[in-house]
Design a binder for this molecule. Structure first.
Ligand code: HOZ
Length: 427
């Protein structure tokens, strides 16, 4: 498999952009080698500049649940573009995307559209602080909430992958009010609230983690999140940038008994274009300017093209839900990977919720950052490249989840498992 054209194009990129990329998650930092430069994508497949085809399990890091270049999404974007690309004034389409989100996500009564998941979490944190009049924020080690200063502490995703969980440039002041606790540790949470409960504005959490690989919360942890925040007058923020419209149409909260106060969204809600959103109880959301005093703004927020892609994607997911099909494909992939790892005698564990999945190179289930950090990341890197060589494009880090789309077929899954069997046996 030649990758000459990718290599030449990336050499040009490196001269002009830091690391050759516009987001470090793409830089192959954890697996080594040169990133593939993508020419186009269709359905479940990516095609690089050399014409190689890959079964794609990144899905643009989550948004492409319908598969790439879905005709309904493309038609919606083309039609919106013909009417103008940005107005800086209200449109009916914004209200329609807001309606779709509110109808889908159980705890959301009002919503504000922004341009990315990072903007959504940054804004939700500011709103929580403004609403409660408190400063402290609780986050969990290995959870990632975008590159917001106050949340870029013990962060997952690229921060964990590239070993900069606490970034230079984040001032001590910006993170001084951030309290980092262990995921899935109700006792730790109770202790923190017992000591500092009256100062805590909010707890922000990935209700199913995707950013240290897929990590599933325990029922006790979820109950403690809701119980402790409610008892101390703090808000509970569910970061559903990854899980929203992914694990269920209504997100993780539709699968769990817990209802958060605020929810952040991104990825699928924009159908592959840049959209984020934050929403929650009207009583809280009405503290945002211009009704309330918490400032948050954006020239391209609710942009017509992005909104059109989001509406087309959510309508499809609502009217022809693929979630049973995704569950079946996910279960097939999980069973196949487990079997392949067992046969190859690879120490492993697998975590999955619907179409989000991680094969951890760790003998025990990964429940928090401490266990995640014990994964054999070198073994992962070798596995990654052996999969690439067989035409399977996995997330290029042990600490990212695989995403399956509705465009994947059983044949794609079976080909992936066959490739994994070979890759794991060839170590
Ligand atoms: N938030 C994405 C999944 N961890 C990473 C995408 C990126 O940072 O480029």
């Amino acid at each position: 498999m030649s990758r000459e054209k990718s290599e030449a194009a990336f050499a040009q990129a490196v001269k002009r952009m830091p690391g050759g990329v516009n987001s470090p998650a793409r830089a192959f930092g954890a697996v080594g080698g040169t990133p593939l430069v993508i020419d186009h994508a269709q359905g479940a497949y990516l095609y690089d500049l050399d014409g190689n085809r890959y079964i794609d399990y990144i899905g643009s890091w989550g948004p492409m649940i319908l598969g790439h270049a879905h005709p309904e999404v493309l038609d919606a974007v083309r039609s919106a573009a013909g009417r103008g690309t940005s107005f800086g004034a209200p449109t009916e389409a914004e209200t329609e995307l807001a309606r779709l989100i509110i109808d889908a996500v159980p705890s959301v009564e009002k919503v504000r559209l922004v341009n990315s998941g990072t903007e959504a979490t940054m804004s939700a944190i500011r709103l929580a602080r403004g609403f409660t009049g408190r400063d402290r924020i609780v986050k969990f080690a290995g959870n990632y909430h975008g590159h917001v200063d106050s949340l870029l502490v013990a962060a997952g995703s690229s921060a964990a992958t590239l070993a900069v969980p606490d970034s230079p440039g984040v001032t001590a002041g910006a993170s001084a009010d951030t309290l980092v606790l262990a995921y899935n540790d109700p006792a730790g949470l109770e202790k923190a609230f017992a000591a500092q409960g009256s100062q805590i504005a909010a707890v922000i959490v990935e209700p199913i983690v995707g950013n240290m690989g897929c990590v599933v919360p325990t029922e006790d942890f979820l109950q403690a999140l809701r119980g402790e925040t409610a008892a101390h007058g703090a808000l509970l923020i569910y970061d559903e940038v990854m899980t929203g419209f992914r694990v269920a149409y209504g997100g993780a909260q539709a699968l769990q008994a817990v209802r958060p106060d605020l929810t952040t969204l991104g990825k699928i809600v924009g159908g592959g274009l840049p959209v984020g959103a934050y929403g929650g109880r009207a009583e809280i959301m009405d503290n945002v300017l211009p009704v309330g005093k918490v400032f948050q703004a954006g020239t391209l927020s609710g942009n017509p093209l992005a909104t059109a892609a989001g509406i087309a994607t959510l309508r499809h997911l609502r009217d022809r839900p693929p979630y049973q099909q995704l569950e079946a494909l996910g279960a097939r992939l999980e069973a196949g990977l487990r079997q392949a790892a067992l046969e190859a005698q690879v120490k492993h564990s697998v975590a999955r919720v619907g179409s989000m999945l991680t094969l951890f190179f760790h003998p025990q289930p990964v429940v928090d950052w401490q266990t995640a950090a014990g994964c054999d990341t070198q073994a992962f890197a070798r596995f990654f490249w052996k999969m690439i060589d067989q035409g399977v494009y996995l997330p290029c880090s042990q600490y990212e989840a695989m995403f399956i789309s509705a465009a994947h077929t059983e044949a794609d899954i079976d080909a992936t498992v066959a490739a994994a069997r070979q890759a794991l046996n060839a170590r």
